[in-house]
Write a protein that binds this ligand. Structure first.
Ligand code: CP
Length: 326
């Protein structure tokens, strides 16, 4: 599938002052509900621009800016991606990949104190915390923008959802999409963040596909109902796979699935590929376990490696929004 999409809709001409006000109000990025449709369109327009910036090797525009990445959980994509984004913008990076060990928190220092200290050294702090609510705690005491890079099981991962949505947006209009979100949804922070974003678009329908004990939590379902978004809870992939435009797979740990067919029941493989729409989009935030067979990788509908690449553009664009006003 080509990376440029001739059917890509032009960004609507939202009023610049409204956008500017929204950007000014965007102090921290903690949850995806913070993003309005105009703000998303602005972000995506900037992300398109960043594709061109990266193609020419980057810019030095942010050479006086420093990003600190404070990760309490392992990460391949998010941490390296944010750090690469800052370097491509010309900025510099302070980093610890295992903050619980390689920081004074090993001697009992609290997250809040770590943030207060780092805010003296960096212009923006990217935090992946062990517990839901960790990023918000950081934001409460931070003098510089905090970006939530994933907080706990069942928290959020808003920048993952932004790049997920950008990947879909690059391929087709977002209104009227039918999306299957599949996996361990009760603890799925990427699934939760994406559901909030999809809810902002007209005529979207979401199928949450998971074993009943791992289904999406009531807070998200209540939000969708409140916003008039259609959704269904489903436990069998086969019942939805033929009709959806987007197959959004998330990790499913075999040890959390109790039925006899196990996690494989929620996996996409060559057999399931044959049942999907010919123009379906297959996304996965990665890393994968058994739910995404490697035989899928060569299928033109598989977008997950491009999705990871898009993260660079979206995170560069997001950093410019947060840094331009400081
Ligand atoms: N998608 C994602 O958050 O991946 P990492 O855990 O590697 O950052």
């Amino acid at each position: 599938m080509a990376s440029s999409n001739p059917s890509l809709k032009p960004v609507p001409p939202y009023h610049r002052r409204e956008i500017r006000d929204e950007i000014l109000q965007l102090k921290h990025v903690i949850e995806s509900q913070q993003f309005t449709v105009p703000l998303l369109m602005e972000l995506f327009q900037r992300s398109r621009g960043m594709e061109r910036v990266v193609a020419r090797g980057g810019t030095l525009e942010y050479q006086n800016k420093i990003l600190a990445s404070l990760f309490y959980q392992a990460s391949t994509r998010t941490r390296f991606c944010f750090e690469a984004a800052m370097y491509r913008l010309g900025g510099k990076v302070l980093s610890t990949e295992q903050a619980s060990i390689f920081s004074s928190e090993i001697s009992g220092e609290h997250l809040e104190d770590s943030i207060r200290i780092l805010a003296n050294y960096a212009d923006v702090i990217v935090v992946r915390h062990l517990h839901a609510g960790g990023a918000e705690r950081a934001a409460d005491v931070s003098a510089v923008p905090i970006i939530n890079a994933g907080d706990g099981d069942g928290g959020q991962h808003p920048t993952q959802a932004l790049l997920d949505l950008y990947t879909i947006y690059r391929e087709r209009p977002l209104g009227g999409l039918s999306v299957a979100i599949i996996g361990e949804l009760d603890r799925g922070r990427t699934a939760r963040s994406l559901a909030y974003l999809l809810a902002k678009f007209e005529r979207v329908k979401i199928f949450f596909v998971a074993p009943p004990e791992l289904q999406m939590k009531p807070d998200i379902l209540a939000y969708l109902e409140e916003h008039g978004v259609r959704y269904e809870l489903e436990s069998e992939i086969d019942r939805v796979i033929r009709e959806v435009d987007v197959v959004y797979l998330t990790r499913i740990r075999p040890e959390r699935v109790t039925n006899e067919r196990g996690a494989k029941r929620y996996a996409v493989d060559s057999e399931l590929l044959r049942k999907m729409k010919s123009d379906a989009l297959i996304l996965h935030p990665l890393p994968r376990t058994v739910e995404l067979d490697r035989t899928v990788d060569d299928d033109p509908r598989a977008l997950y490696f491009r999705q990871a690449a898009n993260g660079l553009y979206v995170r560069m664009a997001l950093l410019t929004m947060l840094l331009d006003k400081n």
